[in-house]
Design a protein around this ligand. Sequence first.
Ligand SMILES: Cc1cc2nc3c(=O)[nH]c(=O)nc-3n(C[C@H](O)[C@H](O)[C@H](O)COP(=O)(O)OP(=O)(O)OC[C@H]3O[C@@H](n4cnc5c(N)ncnc54)[C@H](O)[C@@H]3O)c2cc1C
Length: 417
Amino acid sequence: MLGKIEDTEEQAAFRKEFREWLIGELGSAWIDAVDRGDEDSFEKAKNDANWNFLTWMTTIGRSPYAAPLWPKEYGGLSGEPWMQQVIRSELSNYRLPIFGANLLGVGLAGPTIIEHGTEEQKKRYLSKILSGEEIWCQLFSEPGSGSDLASLATRAVRDGDEWVVNGQKVWTTIAQFAKFGMLLARTDPDAPKHDGLTYFILDMKTPGVDVRPLKQLTGSSEFNEVFFTDVRIPDENRVGNVGDGWRCARTTLMNERSALSGISLDPVSIFGGTRRDPWQTFLDSLPNKSDPVARQQIARMYIESEVKEITNFRANAARMRGAQPGPEGSVNKVFNAEYNQRKSSFAINANGMNGVAWLPDDKEPEARTQTFLRARAATIEGGTSEVLRNQMAERILGLPRDPDVDKGVPWTEIKRN
Ligand SMILES: Cc1cc2nc3c(=O)[nH]c(=O)nc-3n(C[C@H](O)[C@H](O)[C@H](O)COP(=O)(O)OP(=O)(O)OC[C@H]3O[C@@H](n4cnc5c(N)ncnc54)[C@H](O)[C@@H]3O)c2cc1C
């Protein structure tokens, strides 16, 4: 068994507390079976517990463990970031989803509402985000505005107590299932691009919202185009002040980077084997276990996985000192996205012909290839690696900023693609 980073006393106590909660919810047979690596007993315990994804989302969502960083009064633990890491590692260890169906709600919308929303908005939305009753999506990117998000063109025009929205978003993940969307729209086209934006909560069932799924490389339709035609949003659904949308959006984006930086492809899902020691199991499963190149690559990926964990702890410690996640979220996001691509490419290569062709009922290589194809998106979603590297260069290394030709220029006068 390869070594692991040791818990501090406080972390070990919290891990024990969370594991006891898991035993209470799932039964000790489940936990014992995983601890012993006994697959048959695990399957039986899972059947006996009558486990299903949606019920589980509600169970963990009603506990304080779904969002340990949220304040206690809104259903969290007012906890420290390492707690989130401990919870995720326990969930992964005991074969439970690290993120629920409402990743964008818990990871992005919730923290934005907590930071910028009114008391009424906090009361109305936060508990249903946690319980998974109301799924959220993020309506930011547009066909001409992705990396340069602040140049977006979707318009919101005030009409009494309402706003009338027209325009188009794209790449909107899970919009087809979402109850609410975080919408960034232009409310003042004459102001410079960052200053003329306002942030809204949009009920996705409002007349005039048209969601059209897009087919991806993997064959599934994870994201969508969303069109708005005279969509009316009550002013009470505005988050922050009129014109303050960029500040609110930055909270969403910073949290997105930290949420995505925690996602690492689980070695079991790409390499197969058991969770007790997936790296060793994978090495053992290779046709030529003593192949020095493969051994070296596995050792390298293992080391990278440990470095990533330590960097996450460091980023978490930095977050504890300040209110907002900082540029270290970008470091982790870039690293994790590229690491996931390396890991899934290695798994495909190491499996030879089985990496590209398989019999119809052979689910393992199919899932592995899906993972490999999906990993291509990792360096684009949540900010591309190129753009995040620019941010690291400017904010961490102190290099000169890219020239900003749009600074102070009204949005109507800037060049857009
Ligand atoms: C799987 C997936 C899910 C997504 N989900 C959502 C979602 O739910 N909601 C949402 O709003 N958006 C979503 N997005 C959109 C995502 O945020 C954008 O794709 C991303 O920000 C890049 O924007 P773009 O696609 O317009 O590319 P562009 O910004 O046009 O970039 C094209 C290329 O130019 C490079 N580039 C651009 N500017 C610079 C620069 N200044 N310096 C160096 N290189 C640069 C980029 O790195 C990239 O390689 C999703 C994307 C993916 C892939």
